[in-house]
Structures are given as structure tokens and as C-alpha cells.
Design a protein around this ligand. Structure first.
Ligand code: ADP
Ligand code: MG
Length: 712
């Protein structure tokens, strides 16, 4: 179908590469379609009879799009996606072949895949890993110029049923949250027709684009995704001329293709703009159910990377590709909604739903207060450590921004004060205790790591390269625990209280909210999160301050954390242990790779350039002075250079020494890396950056910040 000017309308291409919506409706018998819909929306396991029909329909649809292979697409603990392709083609034994794809092949796979990190869950003697179809996330066809593959979103578990991936715990956490959110709805009598509660996510993706040719010339970008050295450009974002500015044409070409590809895959990208830093951009989708949003987010990153190459760019998803310049995050907009479409964090017109809204809101506040350390751990990585606390990024201290209007309401709740908004002479439930809440507060606070933005929370500490599955798993779990607590408190009071149902409920809510606010309000902070005073104030309030990944992962390994994840059946003891182990290992390995890359660049590129310049200066001094002319300034420059070269040699030795050192187990080593290796790397960088500002342009072998950030 064409639009008016002969160009295909985007809405016509939306989702054409996914087995969902119209495609599914047209290709499945009506009753099978209905059954599958139910399975998908309720997150129930698919019935084998349904699976058989679905497999057949999927195969013929995929083959019509040129697919020759299928894959169970999963998300191991590496934080990326994994796939192993199998051909539909099966030889029949008589020299011919047919295409097959059975229910069994749809439902379960055994990719082996034993080399993924499992944190010790998979010893080789039991090295079986299975993938299981997640019918709640649509299958899709991934195309490259010469291939098409049917990708089936799956969970990845060991033969003992332990989760080896990021999807399984996310699904479990949604279930835990649903169970307790339903109890609260029941207390308010708003559970009619509601089957379950789910979480919705819209995650904004920030990224940098650099020219491919320059990227290729920097070993640090190629191996580590970030610059390990590089003096600041004379211009940064001081003029704020990039933010929301006109998008350069070449970048626009890239964005347009990214969006087209994502639309075809059913990813509802909505917004695009320039970000604060030069060469930094952002893309945001319309929110979706958490599980689908998490899968789609992985596709967003994949498509960004792939399409960038076609346009002569490289897309940097690293949290801090350039020192001294804003890093990239993934603002994770999160809310809870019923399967009937009611957003539970949306203040409504009627006050009785306001009461319910305040209960959910305060439950989240309690969760973040009690488990801010776990939220910090959920976003911990070597890369994100550079970002949290620097420039634009939210700090490593987790607090909540509520805004003036809600803060005022919290004041009232804490005092148990009444404010009358009684309307029309009828009993307006809760009206005597609670004021009306306007729906959209205009407040904006970009410095907060966890901000209430009108009808959702925005968890901004999530890193740009991270899978959003794990941060949301943690968020759902801590909120599930809080909803459980609040539901119990309310149920107790409503059951035992005096008066009619309405009075009991009103009194119960008032009392529970008052207690929640009293106890947990310390986590609310509406001021400037970047300020030094906040660090002092947060320490005074007793909020956890966990600046590095080793600090944060230690919190994840606390007893409180094990009990929480086990109680809500999100992670067993062993599953959490595995994630802790993998976090330390990834941290240690990432920084070891960076240290080796840094040493290599300094030895092979920076030192030789500096020494060449030293020779130039030395011959200049010698030649000038032998001609009988004094050259004190050049001589001074030479001395300065010789000194810096000496410092660089020493700094490289330190990096090499600390990189080679092994400090006990993964946890101790991570501590050592944070305390010794990283500072040594930073020092070496500092010396190198000073040299970069002295050495002539024609001798400096690496693309500079001013080139990488400003050439488009
Ligand atoms: P803002 O400009 O305040 O960040 P937007 O309306 O542009 O707000 O939304 C930002 C992101 O938040 C988008 O991805 C959007 O889909 C998402 N979002 C909006 N409502 C919800 C919700 N109820 N649950 C989860 N995400 C949401
Ligand atoms: Mg936003």
C-alpha cells in the first residue's frame, strides 16, 4: 500500500516482520488464535496442541519472507542476545529434502551453549542448557542483506531448571509483583475483571555516533567501546548548541533507516533528538509490557549498531565513551498497569482512586528506601561507574524525586491532616483526608536517579549498554515486597477496624500511608543530586552510598538480598550467587582488557610519538645552539617533555604491574581493581593527555576528541 506520494506509509510496514497482530490473526484458525492470545496476555505456558498449529503457521510465514533458518533467541548473562541457527531444511534420506518445523522445535531447544557465563551453575558434567519458547513476546524475522532468520524469543535454563538468563527472572518478578498488587486492588474493590497486574516500560536509549574511519584508528574504541586516553576538545557542550538542535543530514539518514527497521520488527520507536553532548543522540519508544519492552530494547541496540556501519558510523552504546563529556544512559520509564489497561501510577480524577494511587506510590517509595542498594547494584558495571556521579548522570546514591505537588501531599499525609475536597454533598471516599491531585505535574528534575514524572517513575541510573531486564527484575521484586507488606497492613486493618467498609478502608489507608511516609520519606530528595551537599545530606540520612561496582555487588550479596529474591521466587540462592559471581567477573575482565589496551596504546602509539617530538626538539636545540643562538624556550619545552616521558614510562609500569596482579577470589580482586588498577590507569591517562596537548598534530597518531566529536 502506498501513501499519497507513492512512498510506503510507515504504519503499513509496522510489525510486518513479527508474528503477531494481523499476521497471526490471518494465519491461525480463530480458536487457536484466541487461545494463543490468552496465553500471551496472561503469561501462561502454551498448550502443545496450540504450539503445533503455531509452528506450522510461523514456518510458512517465515519462509514466505525468505527465512531459511530459525533460532531460539535468548539473553544469557553476558548482557547480549544469543542465537544458534538451525535450518528448516531436513534431508528425507532419498537425496531430497523438505522444510520442517515442529511444535517441539518451537517450544524447546537445546543449544548446548555451555561457554556462556553461568556463575558456576553449569559444571561441564551437567552442561545441558535448554531454551523454552516465551509466547508472550512475538517471534520475528531478522534480515541481513543475504539472509532471513526466524527468531523465537526464549528463556534459557539449565537442566535443573535454574535460570541461566535475564528473561526468566524478569518474568518471575512480574508475577510476584502482580500477585501482591492484586491484593491491594482487592482491598480497594478495583479488582473486578482484572486478571493480573503487569509492569510497563518505555526505555529511552542514548548513544554516540562516531565516524567509522576514526573509530578504526583507535584501538580503545575497537576493543573497549570507550576512549581510554584523549585530551578534552576546546569545545564541549558549554554552548548547549547540540542539545535538541537540528539533526545533521547524514545522521538523519541513519536514524530514518534505524526507525524503518525497528518498525518492521514491531518496535514502536517514537522520538528522536540530539542529546546534550556533541555527537550524542537519543531514541525513545512508546512503552510496552515489560517483557516485550526488554526484548525490543535488545533489538534497538542491535539495529543501532548494524545500521550505523552502513552509514559510515559506529554507534557507541558505552556509558562513558568520552571523559569529561556527558555519558549515556537508558532512562527506564516504569509503571504498573492492570491487564484491563489501568495505569496504577496515574492519579485519577476521583479521590478514591487517588487513595489507591497514593498507596502504590508510597509502596514504591518504601521499596526504594529499603532497597536502594539493590537498585544501585542492578545498574552496576565497570562502564556505568564512570557515568554515575559525573556530569549529567544521576549519582550513585539512589533517591526519589517527587516534585512539589506530591511532596506537599506527603507533608499532609505525615501530619495526618485533612483537607476538604468534598464534592456534590455525596460521600467522596477519602475526600476528607486527601486533596485532589492534578494529573500531570510540570516538575522536571534531570538530576534525580529515580523520578516520578506524572504517571510513571523514571529510573535514570540504568546504563546505555545494559539490558533493561535485570534492572527491572530488581525493581519489580523490591516493589513486590513492598506491595506485599502494604497489602498485609491494609488487610489487617480493614478486617479488624470499626465502622462500615468505607470508613474502615479510609482509616486504614490514612494510617498506613502516614506510617509509610514517616518511615521512608528520607529517600525523597527534590534538590540538585549533583551537588556536594547532597552527598553529605544523604550520608546523614543513612542512605547507601555505593560509588563502585564492587561496593554495589557486595550489597547484592547481603543476607537481606538473598532472602528477598528467594522469598518472592525470583532467584534461588544459587541463581543469585551465580549473578553475583558473574558481576564480579565481568567487572574484573572488562577493566583488565582496558588496562592491557591502554598499556598497548601508550607503548606503541603515544610513547613513540612523544619520543619523536623529543628528538625533533633536541635536534632543534642542538642545531640552533651550534649556530651560536641560544634557545631557552625550546630547551624548556624539551625538558618538560623529557619529564613527562619519564612519568609515562613509570605510569605504564604501574598499569602493567597492577594488571598482572591477582588478588584472591573475584570479589577481592574487584576491590583491588577499583582501588589500585583503575587509579593507575587514570594517572597514566592524565600524563598521556598532557602529552597530547604538547605533541604536534602531524606526530600524534590518534584521532582527537575534537575530531571524533565534531566531524559528522
Ligand atoms: P518525558 O518527556 O517525561 O520523559 P514521555 O511522555 O516523552 O515523557 O515519555 C518518555 C517515555 O516514557 C516514553 O518511552 C513513554 O512511552 C514512556 N512512558 C509513558 N507512559 C508510561 C507508562 N505508563 N509506563 C511506562 N512507560 C511510560
Ligand atoms: Mg524522559
Amino acid at each position: 500500500m502506498n501513501g499519497t506520494n507513492g512512498v510506503a506509509k510507515l504504519s503499513d510496514t509496522y510489525g510486518i516482520m513479527t508474528f503477531s497482530g494481523d499476521v497471526m490473526r490471518r494465519r491461525l484458525p480463530h480458536d487457536i488464535y484466541e487461545k494463543l492470545q490468552k496465553t500471551m496476555s496472561r503469561g501462561e505456558p502454551p498448550d502443545p496442541a496450540v504450539a503445533g498449529m503455531v509452528a506450522a503457521a510461523m514456518k510458512s510465514w517465515a519462509m514466505e519472507h525468505g527465512a531459511t533458518h530459525y533460532t531460539h533467541w535468548f539473553q544469557p548473562l553476558t548482557g547480549s542476545t544469543a542465537e544458534k541457527h538451525d535450518a528448516f531444511l531436513s534431508p528425507t534420506g532419498d537425496g531430497a529434502a523438505i522444510e520442517t518445523f515442529s511444535a517441539g522445535q518451537l517450544i524447546q531447544g537445546e543449544p548446548d551453549a555451555s561457554s556462556f557465563p553461568s556463575g558456576g551453575i553449569r559444571e561441564t558434567f551437567e552442561a545441558r542448557g535448554y531454551t523454552a519458547w516465551d509466547a508472550s513476546s512475538p517471534a520475528f524475522i531478522y534480515k541481513t542483506p543475504d539472509s532471513a532468520t526466524l527468531c523465537i524469543p526464549t528463556a534459557f535454563v539449565s537442566w535443573t531448571g535454574e535460570a541461566l538468563d535475564k528473561k526468566t527472572p524478569l518474568l518471575r518478578s512480574i508475577q510476584a509483583l502482580s500477585e501482591h498488587a492484586m491484593r491491594i486492588l482487592k482491598v480497594f474493590g478495583s479488582d473486578k475483571g482484572v486478571h493480573h497486574v503487569t509492569t510497563t516500560i518505555g526505555s529511552e536509549q542514548e548513544y554516540f555516533l562516531v565516524d567509522r574511519e576514526m573509530y578504526d584508528r583507535r584501538e580503545d574504541l575497537r576493543l573497549c567501546g570507550r576512549t581510554l586516553i584523549g585530551a578534552p576538545a576546546p569545545k564541549g557542550h558549554q554552548l548547549e548548541d547540540h542539545y535538541f538542535g537540528a539533526i545533521p543530514e547524514r545522521v538523519m539518514g541513519f536514524m530514518t533507516e534505524v526507525e524503518r527497521r525497528l518498525y518492521e520488527l514491531g518496535v514502536p520507536v517514537k522520538t528522536r533528538h540530539n542529546e546534550v553532548a556533541p555527537s550524542q543522540y537519543e531514541l525513545a519508544p512508546t512503552f510496552e509490557l515489560a517483557n516485550v519492552a526488554a526484548d525490543h530494547q535488545m533489538l534497538v541496540m542491535q539495529i543501532l549498531r548494524t545500521v550505523a556501519e552502513k552509514h559510515g558510523f559506529v554507534c557507541l552504546l558505552h556509558e562513558k565513551p568520552f571523559a569529561g563529556i556527558n555519558g549515556s544512559g537508558k532512562h527506564n520509564n516504569w509503571s504498573m498497569a492492570t491487564d484491563t489497561g489501568v495505569n496504577l501510577l496515574d492519579p485519577r480524577e476521583q479521590t478514591h482512586t487517588n487513595m489507591q494511587f497514593l498507596v502504590f506510590l508510597c509502596a514504591v517509595m518504601r521499596a526504594v528506601d529499603l532497597h536502594g542498594d539493590l537498585l544501585r547494584a542492578a545498574v552496576a558495571s565497570a562502564a556505568n561507574d564512570h557515568r554515575l556521579g559525573a556530569n549529567e548522570a544521576p549519582p550513585a546514591i539512589i533517591s526519589i524525586f517527587m516534585g512539589d505537588m506530591l511532596s506537599d501531599i506527603l507533608d499532609q499525609l505525615e501530619k495526618g491532616q485533612a483537607r476538604s475536597t468534598k464534592t456534590g454533598g455525596q460521600l467522596d471516599l477519602g475526600a476528607r483526608t486527601l486533596p485532589q491531585i492534578p494529573r500531570h505535574s510540570g516538575d522536571r528534575n534531570r538530576t534525580s536517579p529515580f523520578a516520578f514524572t506524572g504517571n510513571k517513575f523514571e529510573f535514570r541510573a540504568v546504563g546505555s549498554s545494559q539490558s533493561i531486564a535485570w534492572p527491572n527484575t530488581v525493581l519489580n521484586t523490591i516493589v513486590a515486597e513492598s506491595l506485599d507488606y502494604v497489602a498485609t497492613e491494609l488487610e489487617k486493618r480493614v478486617r479488624g477496624g470499626k465502622g462500615g467498609k468505607v470508613e474502615k478502608l479510609e482509616a486504614a489507608v490514612k494510617e498506613v500511608l502516614k506510617q509509610l511516609v514517616k518511615k521512608h520519606r528520607r529517600v525523597v530528595f527534590d534538590g540538585d543530586n549533583y551537588s556536594a551537599e547532597w552527598h553529605k545530606e544523604a550520608a546523614r540520612r543513612g542512605l547507601p552510598i555505593l560509588p563502585t561496582t564492587p561496593d554495589a555487588v557486595k550489597a547484592l550479596a547481603s543476607r537481606k538480598s538473598f532472602e528477598l529474591f528467594e522469598k518472592y521466587r525470583v532467584l534461588s540462592h544459587r541463581e543469585l550467587e551465580a549473578r553475583i559471581e558473574v558481576s564480579y567477573e565481568r567487572y574484573n575482565r572488562t577493566i583488565a582488557i582496558e588496562a592491557r589496551t591502554l598499556a598497548s596504546m601508550l607503548k606503541r602509539e603515544v610513547l613513540p610519538a612523544a619520543v619523536r617530538y623529543q628528538t625533533e626538539l633536541a635536534s632543534s636545540v642542538a642545531a640552533t645552539e651550534s649556530a651560536g643562538v641560544k634557545s631557552p624556550e625550546t630547551r624548556k619545552r624539551l625538558q618538560e617533555l623529557v619529564k613527562l616521558i619519564g612519568q609515562l614510562h613509570a605510569a605504564i609500569d604501574d598499569v602493567d604491574k597492577y594488571e598482572a596482579h591477582r588478588a584472591g577470589g573475584a570479589e577481592q580482586h574487584a576491590r583491588f581493581v577499583a582501588d589500585k588498577l583503575l587509579p593507575a590507569m587514570n594517572h597514566a591517562r592524565h600524563v598521556s593527555d598532557t602529552l597530547e596537548q604538547l605533541v604536534p598534530g602531524d606526530l600524534w597518531p590518534l584521532p582527537r576528541y575534537s575530531e571524533m566529536l565534531f566531524i559528522k
